[in-house]
Write a protein that binds this ligand. Structure first.
Ligand SMILES: *[C@@H]1O[C@H](CO)[C@@H](O)[C@H](O)[C@H]1NC(C)=O
Ligand SMILES: *[C@@H]1O[C@H](CO)[C@@H](O)[C@H](O)[C@H]1NC(C)=O
Ligand SMILES: *[C@@H]1O[C@H](CO)[C@@H](O)[C@H](O)[C@H]1NC(C)=O
Ligand SMILES: *[C@@H]1O[C@H](CO)[C@@H](O)[C@H](O)[C@H]1NC(C)=O
Ligand SMILES: *[C@@H]1O[C@H](CO)[C@@H](O)[C@H](O)[C@H]1NC(C)=O
Ligand SMILES: *[C@@H]1O[C@H](CO)[C@@H](O)[C@H](O)[C@H]1NC(C)=O
Ligand SMILES: *[C@@H]1O[C@H](CO)[C@@H](O)[C@H](O)[C@H]1NC(C)=O
Ligand SMILES: *[C@@H]1O[C@H](CO)[C@@H](O)[C@H](O)[C@H]1NC(C)=O
Ligand SMILES: *[C@@H]1O[C@H](CO)[C@@H](O)[C@H](O)[C@H]1NC(C)=O
Ligand SMILES: *[C@@H]1O[C@H](CO)[C@@H](O)[C@H](O)[C@H]1NC(C)=O
Ligand SMILES: *[C@@H]1O[C@H](CO)[C@@H](O)[C@H](O)[C@H]1NC(C)=O
Ligand SMILES: *[C@@H]1O[C@H](CO)[C@@H](O)[C@H](O)[C@H]1NC(C)=O
Ligand SMILES: [Cu+2]
Length: 600
């Protein structure tokens, strides 16, 4: 792309340049590929201005963002702002700043640069991350927080009406900070991908979990693993087999692998077997009990696992999901699927001291955990270890543990979708030809299409059954059908605007539309208080297939993407392109057009 650099040279020289001028915030990011030791494992990875995780983008609602990226990695990259509705000045869309290769832009080549521009129209917790190939697993992710405008109504009076509490919660929200949850592998994303191709195996096994980039490798004994299998009921998956020493389902059991060709000797040591313990420092969160509350934005950038989060002996009030308020719900433990954000308000009402923050895999395919410490800054201390709500296997450690209940979420305020639906798409999720090759559309979205001319510029660049076309200001339904048992929950993420989660169930969806299904199985739907989010997990197919129904309004003309946020599944092709509002596509500014040589 042709960007006139001008003043940008100055910006690039700074570490993370950020200043407010007429509500425009400029960020300059340089990516490098260097060795770093994370969770005690040294490997090459993506550094963002020398950092990992990438620095936070702090914004105010209404800010205009200019994000300049200089790619000094030895490969091409893109970045996606998850999930900022990419609108620009005067509400014109900026779909060329969505960051999806093959859909909205060309990958940014080695040595190249790109300027992303968008408006922070929404409020709350978001994040930005690599969107080329498997690079999110190489450490390119960082938090975004958009302070809500003062006119946005907060839900905190549903927690307490005491004026001191309300003041304290407003203050805690003002000082909210991210807790990035991620998983970590000892191999690079390209090593993992090559091994998947050579072995035929879906690489759903990690080496460590991280909290704000910190953690270590902990190896459980066979006896501990056997006890976790009992606790979690994993025996029914395992049959006569056992978990690997990394706590993983063995490769032949991963997502029905056994039904596809495979060569287990092409797996790398440490991918499924070969746990090597490490020592490394864990995250520390200093909190001030005088503040009464602390607010955290739990943000998962995990490539594989869903995680469960808890703070020993403390309740949390979940008050926002995916950057949008809900009626606060109290819980002791919260499951955070890949790519979701759960904002929690934590009352600091226990004796001062150190309390363990526990994060563990909530996915059936691996038992793995990590801890951090919440430290109350006060003189008198708790003189004993704190008591857990959850076990290292990610399940309740006590009878009293209350798990956050998704089925009781009520958005704040409630917004309901239209029932005037222009089109319903039935999307079957399953494997094709190999256990690591997946589809969401009629065929697998081959990773090589990321190198195609982007659909925003050329609708003929990829097969037409890998995308749908919609008209602006219409309502669209997707029925996501998980066709086979043994698949994990797929966190399905739709780019551009949020979607309503209107229904889910077990079995096969044998209806031609949601309206028809509602006549027969009304209890499977919620059109009165549906969740409104950007990433929604499909229900776990335990004994039979499952389905998820989501609905959205086309408001933002441009070429977007919908895909599983398990990175191996996205790389494996579980994706569909969405050409939204084709009747109102914007004119692409000259500087974002493809090179002349290409466009002719
Ligand atoms: C990382 O370190 C290894 C040896 O520990 C070395 O072989 C490799 O070249 C280094 N990679 C980078 C990108 O510096
Ligand atoms: C606070 O007052 C509002 C308005 O009367 C009410 O709806 C809400 O339930 C109250 N909150 C609590 C925690 O009692
Ligand atoms: C697991 O459960 C089985 C059957 O209840 C029991 O025989 C076995 O001792 C348990 N193993 C562990 C490690 O708790
Ligand atoms: C485990 O069970 C499978 C069938 O469920 C069988 O094919 C296999 O031989 C058994 N393995 C062992 C070690 O018993
Ligand atoms: C299986 O993988 C190993 C290790 O990469 C390789 O040497 C072997 O040739 C492969 N076997 C087949 C049948 O492809
Ligand atoms: C997992 O939990 C166990 C038990 O609390 C703890 O000993 C271990 O350190 C945790 N693992 C990590 C990596 O923090
Ligand atoms: C976890 O919760 C279940 C269901 O409430 C309960 O039956 C079980 O006893 C609890 N586990 C522990 C260790 O208390
Ligand atoms: C799967 O294999 C069939 C025939 O063997 C082929 O037609 C199809 O294109 C393959 N699908 C993918 C996603 O590779
Ligand atoms: C669009 O992509 C197709 C398929 O790659 C190619 O044949 C065609 O020339 C492209 N069109 C333009 C205008 O570049
Ligand atoms: C998939 O195939 C079905 C049947 O041919 C068709 O109706 C549907 O539009 C196709 N889906 C996509 C996304 O192209
Ligand atoms: C689907 O089946 C699972 C496992 O049997 C069950 O736990 C779950 O409640 C069922 N879901 C619905 C919506 O009926
Ligand atoms: C698309 O539709 C939305 C919703 O009605 C509207 O706000 C927007 O202005 C439309 N965009 C264009 C470019 O017409
Ligand atoms: Cu998936």
């Amino acid at each position: 792309m042709k960007i006139s650099l001008g003043s940008w040279f100055l910006v690039v020289a700074l570490c993370l340049a950020q200043w407010a001028s007429a509500a425009t915030k400029n960020f300059a990011i340089t990516l490098t590929w260097e060795n770093r030791t994370v969770a005690g494992i040294t490997r090459p990875m993506i550094h963002t201005n020398g950092q990992f995780p990438a620095p936070q983008l702090s914004l105010n609602q209404g800010d205009r963002v200019e994000f300049y990226i200089q790619n000094n990695c030895p490969f091409s990259v893109t970045v996606h702002f998850h999930e900022i509705l990419a609108t620009g000045i005067e509400q014109r869309g900026t779909p060329w700043s969505d960051g999806t290769p093959g859909v909205s832009q060309r990958p940014i080549e080695q040595g190249g640069s790109f300027l992303y521009q968008w408006n922070a129209d929404q409020y709350g917790a978001y994040f930005y991350h690599a969107h080329h190939r498997g690079q999110i697993d190489d450490g390119f992710y960082g938090p975004i927080y958009i302070t809500p405008a003062s006119s946005v109504e907060r839900p905190f009076d549903l927690i307490s009406n005491s004026s001191t509490d309300l003041k304290a919660m407003m203050e805690a929200e003002k000082n909210t900070s991210p807790i990035m949850l991620s998983d970590w592998k000892r191999y690079t994303s390209e090593q993992i991908w090559s091994s998947e191709e050579a072995s035929g195996v879906d690489a759903l096994c990690v080496n460590a979990l991280l909290i704000n980039g910190l953690g270590s490798v902990n190896c459980f004994s066979q006896a501990e693993l056997a006890a976790f299998v009992n606790e979690t009921g994993l025996q029914s998956f395992l049959g006569n087999e056992t978990l690997t020493d990394l706590g993983c389902l063995p490769p032949d059991l991963v997502a029905a692998q056994g039904a596809f060709p495979h060569n287990y000797s092409a797996l790398l040591p440490g991918m499924f077997y070969g746990c090597v313990p490490t020592e490394a420092s864990h995250a520390l969160f200093n909190v001030n009990p005088a503040a009464q509350y602390v607010s955290w934005d739990l943000t998962s950038s995990a490539g594989v696992l869903e995680m469960i989060f808890s703070v020993d002996e403390h309740e949390v009030y979940v008050y926002a999901i995916d950057g949008r308020y809900i009626e606060p719900q109290v819980a002791d433990a919260v499951i955070v699927p890949n790519a979701n954000r759960y904002s929690v308000m934590v009352p600091l009402n226990k004796p001062a001291g150190d309390y363990t923050i526990r994060v563990a895999s909530a996915s059936a395919n691996q038992v793995v955990n990590v801890t951090a410490t919440m430290h109350y800054e006060a003189a008198n201390k708790l003189n004993r270890p704190s008591n857990p709500w959850i076990t290292p296997a990610g399940i309740n450690a006590t009878e009293e543990t209350i798990l956050f209940d998704e089925s009781h979420v009520v958005p704040f305020p409630v917004v309901v979708p239209s029932t005037d639906v222009a089109a319903t798409y039935f999307l079957d999720i399953g494997q094709t030809n190999a256990s690591y090759v997946w589809k969401l559309a009629n065929q697998s979205f081959n990773i090589e299409y990321e190198e195609s001319q982007p659909l925003l510029f050329n609708e003929s660049s990829i097969p037409s059954d890998l995308y749908i076309r919609t008209k602006n200001n219409t309502w669209i339904d997707f029925i996501l059908q998980v066709t086979t048992v043994g698949q994990p929950r797929h966190p399905i993420h739709k780019h551009s605007n949020k979607h309503f989660v209107i229904g889910q169930g077990n079995g096969t969806f044998n209806y031609s539309s949601v309206a028809e299904a509602m006549q027969f199985i009304p209890d499977s739907f919620n059109l009165k208080t549906p969740q409104y989010r950007d990433t929604s997990p499909t229900p776990l197919p335990v004994n039979e297939p499952t389905w998820l129904a989501i609905r959205y309004q086309v408001v933002n003309p441009g070429a977007f993407f919908m895909h599983c946020h398990i990175q191996m599944h996205q790389s494996g092709g579980m994706a569909l392109a969405i050409l939204d509002g084709v009747d109102h596509w914007p004119i692409i500014p000259l500087e974002y057009r493809l090179d002349e040589a290409e466009a002719s």
